[in-house]
Write a protein that binds this ligand. Structure first.
Ligand SMILES: [Zn+2]
Ligand SMILES: [Zn+2]
Length: 122
């Protein structure tokens, strides 16, 4: 499934019905749980916000160099909530959570709990 998507043999769902105003939801076209995540990029030198874009599935700044200080170093920040100011800079990523990944998350939670238990007893 993952490999066919990777090589573009299968049409990848763009989850158009999951609109940006939703935090998350199940896509009616493919049935996957989709989470909307907003990202901005910031110059790591002077901290000014740079408009973010998605290139090859990665969040990158639109400009190669900071318009304020000329640096090409940047940091990517995930926003908890989008607001009217950040929406001018932010880019939306639709993260897919399928059944397999949901199970994996549950397993991780259990492992963490059982590992921390003996520490508390000491
Ligand atoms: Zn979909
Ligand atoms: Zn800068």
């Amino acid at each position: 499934m993952f490999l066919t998507n990777l090589f573009g043999l299968k049409k990848v769902c763009t989850h158009d019905k999951i609109t940006p105003d939703m935090d998350f939801g199940y896509c009616p076209d493919c049935g996957k749980l989709i989470k909307n995540e907003w990202y901005i990029t910031r110059c790591s030198c002077c901290g000014v916000k740079v408009r973010a874009i998605v290139r090859n599935g990665e969040v990158v700044p639109q400009n190669h160099y900071c318009t304020n200080c000329g640096s090409e170093e940047y940091v990517v920040e995930k926003l908890d909530k989008i607001n009217f100011i950040d929406i001018n800079y932010a880019v939306l990523m639709k993260k897919e959570f399928d059944q397999v990944e949901k199970q994996r998350f549950t397993t991780q939670c259990w492992q963490e709990r059982t590992v921390s238990q003996p520490k508390l007893l000491k």
